[in-house]
Design a protein around this ligand. Structure first.
Ligand SMILES: CC(C)(COP(=O)(O)OP(=O)(O)OC[C@H]1O[C@@H](n2cnc3c(N)ncnc32)[C@H](O)[C@@H]1OP(=O)(O)O)[C@@H](O)C(=O)NCCC(=O)NCCS
Length: 217
């Protein structure tokens, strides 16, 4: 499911959040105590995958809590990202010495409604999406939506900034890459050229991943 989506020094795992509730630590449990069952399931699977990945990096078991903007509070020295949709949860973790940020996002492989497309895509993105021939335009539009959410998660640890959809421009490439341009003035990010993005369409899902490598200049 995740092959080729992320660099080899980024560790990633996936699971099905519809499966039985995964184990939560008491402090994590408190974060979703009043949430609906679907949210509790997806949260528990995200946390279980994340803790398994953190263990691979030698981190002793500890609760993975969330910050005020809902961002996971990764242990010092690591950076990561969590995403879930009906039937799929993905988590990626890497060393913060190598990566300033990582973002992952998953969506169902389905067209995005036209009314939403107008809010998510810039006019020039819509022109490109209509002209490309590697994906149905409305599905490619959902890929752009997913890529922008992944970019938002990736940049957050550097900037702590909220970005709107028109603040980010995405170019999908047929071979599974995407390019990113940040249109908002975010000094920490420049024009976004350092983001590297990949997308995939697999098993009924659209997957996007983006990262900011420390050695990319
Ligand atoms: C976070 C967001 C991008 C995606 O959330 P979602 O639709 O619930 O979908 P996902 O399941 O893919 O992602 C949720 C996970 O993102 C992570 N996340 C949430 N806010 C985050 C932030 N500020 N920074 C980094 N990661 C974040 C969390 O791990 C969360 O899962 P958890 O609560 O179980 O830990 C969206 O809800 C949001 O806040 N959007 C506003 C910003 C935005 O989209 N701007 C436009 C794009 S530039």
């Amino acid at each position: 499911m995740l092959e080729g989506l992320l660099p080899s020094d980024v560790r990633a795992r996936f699971g099905d959040p519809r499966a039985e509730m995964a184990r939560l630590l008491p402090e994590e449990e408190r974060l979703v105590a009043s949430a609906v069952a679907k949210r509790r399931h997806e949260f528990s699977h995200g946390r279980a995958l994340a803790r398994a990945l953190l263990a691979e990096f030698g981190v002793p078991e500890a609760p993975l809590l969330s910050g005020p903007q809902r961002e996971p509070l990764w242990p010092s020295g690591l950076v990561g990202s969590v995403t879930h949709t009906d039937g799929l949860c993905v988590v990626a973790v890497a060393e913060s010495e190598r990566y300033a940020g990582i973002g992952v996002d998953v969506e169902p492989d389905a067209p995005l409604e036209d009314a939403l497309a107008a809010r998510i895509c810039l006019p020039e993105e819509r022109v490109r999406l209509a002209a490309q021939d590697f994906c149905e335009p409305a599905v490619a539009t959902r890929l752009v939506f997913s890529a922008k959410e992944a970019v938002y998660k990736c940049q957050f640890y550097l900037t702590r900034r909220f970005l709107w959809f028109p603040d980010v421009e995405i170019w999908l490439e047929p071979a599974g890459d995407f390019r990113v341009r940040i249109l908002a003035e975010v000094t920490e990010l420049g024009d976004g050229a350092r983001f590297v993005g990949r997308w995939a369409r697999r098993g009924g899902f659209l997957l996007t991943a983006v990262w900011l490598a420390r050695d990319a200049g």
